[in-house]
Design a binder for this molecule. Structure first.
Ligand SMILES: Cc1ncc(COP(=O)(O)O)c(C=O)c1O
Length: 466
């Protein structure tokens, strides 16, 4: 190619990039984004991806440090998933699950049950994590309504402070992050709340392990007091992700399972963020030998390719919905794209890859490498705590280490750190003052080191040089 045509090509590319940037600012309303800031700043528009690397319309490359919002598992443009979606496209892109079935949805249900905690046997599809949680709430509520008149008072839910289960109103009702949820309070139903098992900022002012998990005792008190009015406890197993990667102490999840059984409260495990290898096992519940009554999954289910979610439950709960047509024991819920064949084909390929690529086994040394890399973060002047469970990491930034004083919202400290990281070739997203690192499980050791280095340098530069 002549240098003239190369130059022309580059100019054309630049012109297209400027046009896209303009159009984005003119028409797109971005989620969880203050749009008056967005309009004034330079933005990154992604055009392609490969493995753990994203490329923008200007040809800049970045490590995908949050797995495209916690979904990507085996990398972008993974041959096997690309192939499975392409093959399915040649058959059919979509048909409904209402009154019909489709091949990938059937096969995927079987696969999900094979890998899920033992005892779960039924799969109800939807298309995102919020709806998977919403469906779990409706299932639990309706189950008790149909069980018999003596259970009709079991209409409430127990939720955790700092919880996040999505953005639909039911999911927001059981959420506990004031920053996101406070404004919608008048629209929500009340829940019985229990403290988050968050040791760095313990609500009971205790310290682990001397506390002997006093937060679980407090949870028992609430359960004992309200069990007759409670349909279910909903919780994120092991890690409260959106709250800033808050890790529960060992045994907490198991204890919640035991308490739910003791007080006849259904247990809903929201594995939307933790599922599909994120915590180092296929599901977080496995780590404490827990089978919930209902389990919500989404995000990593398709390997990060397409929107799909599922709410899994037990045979006992499922049977509670069976009866004569006229009894109206049907679960009255369903979305247009429920069980979409393309998404199910991607999910089938992704689950097969776990076996073929030995994803979980190969992840273990990378988890150890990440832990090693994170050690030095603790020495930074404004890092209060580094939290890690598998490939879920939260680095909490504090104004004052000794007092754990938080940065005020207006400092935008997290946003400033991720902007610096982006300048250095890493895409990450903060949750308030917590820097989140959540790369694809397939990231290479070299990329993982680079990710940690950029995150470290960005935190240091923003918090210590300004
Ligand atoms: C635990 C948990 N539940 C539910 C959701 C909502 O999922 P979605 O954004 O797909 O609606 C999220 C999203 O981050 C989550 O972390």
């Amino acid at each position: 190619m002549s240098s003239v045509s190369t130059k022309q090509g580059a100019n054309r590319r630049k012109a297209i990039a400027r046009k896209l940037e303009k159009l984005d600012k003119k028409h797109v309303w971005h989620p969880f984004t203050q749009m008056s800031d967005w309009g004034n700043e330079e933005q990154t528009i992604i055009e392609s991806g490969s493995g753990s690397v994203l490329t923008d319309i200007n040809g800049n490359t970045f490590i995908d440090g949050v797995s495209s919002l916690w979904v990507n598992v085996h990398g972008h443009r993974k041959k096997e998933i690309d192939g499975a979606v392409a093959a399915q496209l040649k058959k059919i892109a979509h048909s409904t699950l209402l009154g019909l079935s489709n091949v990938p949805a059937v096969l995927l249900a079987e696969k999900l049950i094979q890998i899920a905690p033992a005892g779960l046997s039924r799969v109800f599809y939807s298309d995102n994590g919020s709806t998977a949680a919403e469906i779990a709430l409706k299932m639990a509520f309706q189950y008790w309504q149909q069980k018999g008149p003596e259970y009709r008072s079991k209409t409430g839910f127990i939720s955790l402070k700092e919880a996040y289960h999505g953005d639909t109103l039911g999911s927001v009702s059981v959420g506990g992050i004031d920053l996101f949820h406070e404004v919608y309070k008048p629209l929500l139903f009340d829940t019985y709340t229990i403290d988050s098992p968050h040791c760095y900022r313990c609500a009971l002012g205790k310290s682990y392990p001397d506390c002997r998990m006093a937060c679980a005792d407090q949870a028992e008190e609430v359960m004992g007091k309200h069990c007759d009015e409670t349909a279910a406890l909903i919780m994120e197993p092991l890690v409260q992700g959106a709250a800033g990667m808050l890790m529960s102490p060992p045994g907490y999840l198991r204890r919640m399972r035991e308490l739910c059984t003791k007080y006849h409260i259904l247990m809903i495990a929201d594995e939307v963020a933790t599922g599909f290898g994120r915590t180092g096992t296929m599901f977080a519940c496995e780590q404490e030998g827990v089978t919930p009554d209902i389990m919500a999954v989404a995000k990593g289910i398709t390997g990060g390719y397409l929107p799909l979610a599922a709410t899994l439950t037990t045979e006992d709960l499922y049977r509670g919905f069976l009866g004569e047509y006229r009894e109206l024991r049907t679960l009255f819920h369903g979305h247009t794209y429920t069980g979409n064949p393309l998404a199910c084909a991607a999910a089938l390929a992704s689950i097969d890859l776990f076996k073929k690529d030995k994803t979980i086994a190969r992840l273990q040394p990378k988890i150890a490498l990440l832990s090693k890399q994170l050690k030095r973060f603790e020495g930074l002047k404004h890092v209060g705590e580094v939290r890690q469970k598998g490939f879920m990491v939260g680095v909490e930034l504090v104004r004052q280490k000794e007092t754990k004083e938080s940065y005020p919202v207006e400092d935008k400290i997290g946003i400033r750190v991720i902007k610096e990281a982006r300048n250095q070739g890493l895409i990450i997203r903060p949750l308030g003052n917590v820097i989140i690192l959540m790369p694809p499980l397939s990231i290479t050791a070299a990329q993982l080191k680079r990710l940690a280095n950029i995150a470290y340098e960005s935190i240091k530069k923003v918090t210590e040089d300004s």
